[in-house]
Design a protein around this ligand. Structure first.
Ligand code: TEU
Length: 563
């Protein structure tokens, strides 16, 4: 068949600029800080750097509320600093992928300022303006055009006193949704994307891109028992024109550059059947999607309903995605990003077995079929943060949720317990570079407290220790380059019902790999078919030195190879 695209054997590293490295001492990470750490990324061996938003922004949602798509927020530096970062990355063979946030803008974006200025504005129709519900008093609770809740608590509609109408915001009230039905909006976004490609960027990670097509007319959604708002997902997830919009974007922006660019669509709620369509290369939409099913296995009714982790649920989900995208399409593989709690605290053991379980998690993920994403600090086994009180949180989602939930009568201690487990701020504590007071992140006061465990968990210590999580990740990334079955082998899940052992094979031609992992603190003998024979196969990579016997010790993972 045709040669596999370059990104099948690549690993993406996500940088959350606010929390990575602060060069100017204001307590917030910046572009020059990132540039100063490119050697570290090169040492890890990653191929692509994905930058979370660095554009001018009021920072209501840490930059996912953009007020100018073609600039850099002074908080992070200048366009010249970005040009320099891109040039220095390219010089090291690293591609740079930018975050594309075009479901919504900031309410301070000139497009929205103009749209809001009058009902006759030529940009009025660039956003979703609607009158109050018939028979209601505009501005009163319950008068919103639909009953939808926003992702950040409260209604998804904000009343604009001046015009007497409401605008739609699926996220914060400072993130009004763009109206993609309007071709002018689409053309403006395409032109902006081409401008970035001309500047040298190598692709886009498209924020909540499956929300850009809305099902019309916008109508009330179902209300779950005890919920304050309705669920509008049926009207904004995977709407009727989503494939058309993505194919148009591909034709207008990406076509002709496919061989060098990476496009990844972030798609909450996407099903594997839809993902097949989005990522089938024949359809020319996106290269891969970022889906959320496997990071929902420990959540019930919404993300704050924290359930115990069950390996069977994780396997069921990941296995179905491996199968669904086996023939056409491609998986993104991730445990962490800037919206998820730290995986070693979530699916591993961040106490006695932190290092070993972090390596196990990395091994299992990187041996699946798909493109792995490493989120900053994951390669150090960084953990969730010891948040004590609500004052310790900064994230708008967490802070709003606390206020609303406590307002509705929930116990503050219960709400805090859920926040400690699931808050996005767990991912956003500063990168731990060394053991100095601010972890080498800043010389100033960090915008979010550094995790006190940086005295032990930090990059300097990890680089110096050949048995560190960092060096294990480095070996995993190198293995993807040296062993073609890692990138391209067929995937077969084993032990469908096993509550502690996660096992699968990869096969490419005559080569067969077995990945087997003990997700528990107790020794176990894996029930892998033919395990005795596998014990004769050479160990490609493991997380317990010298371990060769039939039993896996606590949190042990092995990758074996035979042909
Ligand atoms: O997130 C999309 C999303 O649906 C969730 O992951 C969201 O962050 C939240 O946790 C829902 O409970 C993307 C970005 O990654 C996120 O940082 C932004 O806040 C959001 O879109 C809006 O731009």
């Amino acid at each position: 068949g045709p040669e596999a695209p370059w990104w099948t054997s690549s690993v993406v590293y996500q940088v959350y600029p606010r929390s990575f490295a602060d060069a100017d001492g204001d307590g917030v990470g910046d572009l020059r800080g990132i540039t100063s750490r490119l050697d570290y990324l090169q040492q890890l061996g990653v191929d692509v750097l994905w930058l979370s938003p660095i554009y001018p922004s009021p920072q209501d949602d840490n930059g996912y509320d953009i007020s100018d798509y073609q600039g850099v927020d002074p908080l992070f530096g200048s366009l010249a600093d970005l040009d320099d970062l891109i040039a220095q990355a390219h010089a090291r063979g690293l591609r740079v992928v930018m975050d594309l946030v075009v479901n919504h803008t900031s309410d301070e974006h000139p497009w929205f300022v103009e749209s809001r200025s009058s009902t006759d504005s030529p940009k009025r129709d660039w956003y979703w303006w609607r009158p109050a519900r018939p028979g209601s008093t505009p501005g009163e609770p319950g008068a919103e055009p639909t009953n939808w809740g926003s992702f950040f608590s409260g209604p998804a509609w904000e009343y604009d006193e001046a015009s007497g109408e409401y605008y739609l915001h699926l996220f914060s009230r400072k993130q009004p949704d763009l109206n993609w039905e309007n071709p002018e909006v689409r053309h403006a976004v395409h032109a902006m994307m081409r401008w970035w490609l001309d500047r040298g960027v190598d692709g886009f990670r498209m924020d909540v891109i499956n929300m850009i097509s809305k099902q019309l007319p916008l109508t009330d959604g179902p209300v779950a028992e005890g919920a304050a708002h309705g669920d509008g997902a049926a009207y904004f997830l995977g709407g009727p024109r989503i494939h058309e919009f993505l194919a148009e974007m591909h034709a207008e922006v990406v076509a002709g550059h496919e061989a060098t660019l990476l496009t990844v669509g972030e798609m909450p709620g996407v099903t594997v059947e839809e993902a097949q369509l989005f990522t089938d290369p024949e359809r020319r939409e996106v290269d891969m999607v970022f889906q959320f099913e496997h990071v929902g296995v420990d959540q019930g009714e919404g993300k704050w309903d924290v359930l115990p982790f069950r390996l069977t649920a994780l396997r069921e989900s990941l296995g179905r995605w491996q199968e669904g995208l086996a023939k056409a399409g491609w998986n993104s593989l991730y445990w962490n990003n800037h919206d998820q709690p730290r995986v070693v605290s979530r699916f591993g053991d961040d106490g006695a077995h932190r290092v070993r379980s972090a390596k196990l998690l990395g091994t299992v993920l990187h041996l699946h079929r798909g493109t792995p994403y490493v989120y900053q600090g994951e390669e150090l086994g960084m953990t969730n943060a010891p948040f004590a009180a609500i004052e310790d949180f900064r994230d708008i989602e967490s802070v709003n949720h606390y206020r609303h939930a406590v307002g509705l009568g929930e116990q503050p201690a219960d709400v805090l317990r859920a926040l400690r487990a699931m808050s996005r701020d767990n991912a956003r504590t500063p990168m731990q570079w060394d053991a100095s007071p601010n972890a080498g992140f800043t010389t100033g006061t960090p915008w979010l407290a550094v995790n006190p465990n940086h005295d032990e968990i930090n990059a300097a210590a990890a680089l110096a220790d050949p048995d560190s999580v960092f060096h294990h990740y480095r070996r995993l990334i190198a293995l993807r380059k040296s062993e073609p079955a890692v990138a391209l082998g067929d995937f077969t899940m084993l032990l469908e019902d096993d509550p502690v052992v996660y096992a699968f094979t990869r096969r490419l031609g005559e080569v067969e790999l077995l990945c087997v992992a003990n997700f528990s603190g107790d020794p176990v003998r894996p029930a892998v078919p033919g395990w005795e024979e596998w014990l004769d196969a050479p160990l490609l990579l493991g997380n317990v030195a010298g371990s060769v016997g039939p039993d896996l010790v606590a949190w042990e993972a092995r990758v074996l190879r035979r042909e």
